[in-house]
Write a protein that binds this ligand. Structure first.
Ligand SMILES: Nc1ncnc2c1ncn2[C@@H]1O[C@H](COP(=O)(O)OP(=O)(O)OP(=O)(O)O)[C@@H](O)[C@H]1O
Length: 220
């Protein structure tokens, strides 16, 4: 489903010093796989995830999604993201002045769905993730684990082909960490899942562990 061919990414800092964040990444991920990306701080994990999610552009190399070459042009990327990607980040990035319900429903705004269809979709997911009692609260009124389940609900409500999660359990206690991982294990059946993590306990529950080191894959 995903093929990366010699992807490179270079950044320049404010002193114009060059940093090769990714140096020729070759990676294939099959449909339905659950893959962990591990590596030390600064190894290039988030950069790789951002390129996979179409929110950053490589300097060179090719990215194929379903055998189609991704063109890194703004309008095409927005369309690609909307139709294929669900993103989950560590601090859940919920919008504080929207209720949990409105946060979850947000990705459906661009779909031609009526209010009743949206409500059914939100309620089904809320039931599945056990957050239906929290739907009319604001993020500041919720616990870290509840916020993360709402962020997962928002990421999967569009039924994305690919879920990208950057340290999704980083701020959770061990019980919530286990809950979130069991949700991922369940949803990867419908959506291929790639998780960046520092936690080898989490990584080892995935099908495959890809290790990055200084912008290169050292194990996969
Ligand atoms: N926008 C940017 N401008 C300049 N350098 C950047 C930028 N983004 C990332 N980098 C650099 O690229 C390298 C890879 O960064 P990246 O965030 O991908 O690492 P990471 O493996 O996700 O690290 P961490 O585990 O600490 O989040 C780092 O050296 C980082 O400083």
């Amino acid at each position: 489903m995903i093929k990366l061919d010699k992807i490179t990414k270079t950044y320049y800092n404010f002193r114009r010093n060059k940093k090769n964040a990714l140096e020729g990444i070759d990676l294939c991920v099959s449909e339905g796989e659950m893959v962990a990306i591990v590596g030390s701080s600064g190894a290039g994990k988030s950069t790789l995830l951002n390129i996979l999610g179409g929110i950053d552009r490589p300097n060179s190399g090719h990215y194929y999604f379903d055998n189609k070459l991704i063109e890194f042009k703004a309008h095409r990327l927005a369309h690609f993201r909307r139709n294929n990607i669900g993103f989950i980040v560590q601090d859940h990035a919920l919008i504080d002045d929207m209720t949990a319900y409105d946060n979850i429903a947000l990705p459906l705004k661009y779909r031609s769905m009526n209010k009743a269809q949206i409500e059914k979709r939100v309620m089904d997911i809320a039931y599945y993730l056990n957050i239906k009692d929290q739907l009319y609260n604001y993020p500041t009124q919720l616990s870290g684990g509840e916020c993360q389940r709402i962020a997962i609900a928002r990421a999967i409500i569009n039924k994305p082909r690919l879920i990208l999660a950057d340290e999704p359990t980083g701020s959770l206690d061990s019980q919530n960490k286990r809950n979130v991982m069991s949700i991922f294990k369940d949803i990867h059946r419908n959506s291929t899942t790639i998780i960046v993590t520092h936690d080898y306990e989490i990584a080892n529950t995935c099908h495959r562990v890809v290790e990055l080191n200084n912008g290169r894959i050292t194990k996969h």
